[in-house]
Design a protein around this ligand. Structure first.
Ligand code: ZN
Length: 92
């Protein structure tokens, strides 16, 4: 396989799910949000959000939450190998 950029064509490992969106879940993140509006009941409308720090806890299907099996300390290169081995990469 050539080096370079790949589009991720994720398909949930649970075939009954059919989810196609892969998400990264981070922990220990400091998140900052701009506040735009607030109601008299305290409902806030947020603007831009940014996040600092954090570590990847897991990669998972956005629809059902099934976790990509990469062990306790998932690394991006492990994710790449898993996606490659499961034919979920497409040369960009
Ligand atoms: Zn799923």
């Amino acid at each position: 396989m050539c080096e370079g950029n790949y589009k991720i064509k994720f398909r949930c490992p649970d075939e009954t799910c059919g989810g196609e969106v892969l998400e990264e879940v981070m922990v220990d993140v400091t998140q900052s949000s701009n506040l735009n509006e607030i109601t008299d009941e305290g409902d806030i409308e947020y603007g831009d959000t940014s996040a600092d720090g954090g570590v990847v806890d897991r990669y998972q299907c956005m629809r059902c939450g099934k976790v990509v099996p990469l062990g306790d300390d998932p690394q991006p290169d492990d994710l790449f190998a898993w996606l490659r081995d499961n034919n979920m990469l497409e040369q960009a």
